[in-house]
Design a protein around this ligand. Structure first.
Ligand SMILES: [Zn+2]
Length: 46
């Protein structure tokens, strides 16, 4: 589950933080499915 702290959202699979929940959820879904990181997503992390 995506964790929220203030206005940051964490992908609990790879522990990267995002400015928006949508992207964090996308990252988490990708991480769970592929057990790797999607460069297009992680470049949006903060
Ligand atoms: Zn992730």
């Amino acid at each position: 589950m995506v964790k929220r702290i203030k206005n940051l959202f964490e992908c609990e699979e790879c522990n990267l933080w995002y400015n928006d929940q949508k992207t964090a959820q996308k990252c988490e879904q990708w991480c769970k499915a592929h057990h790797s990181c999607n460069l297009e997503i992680i470049q949006l992390s903060v």
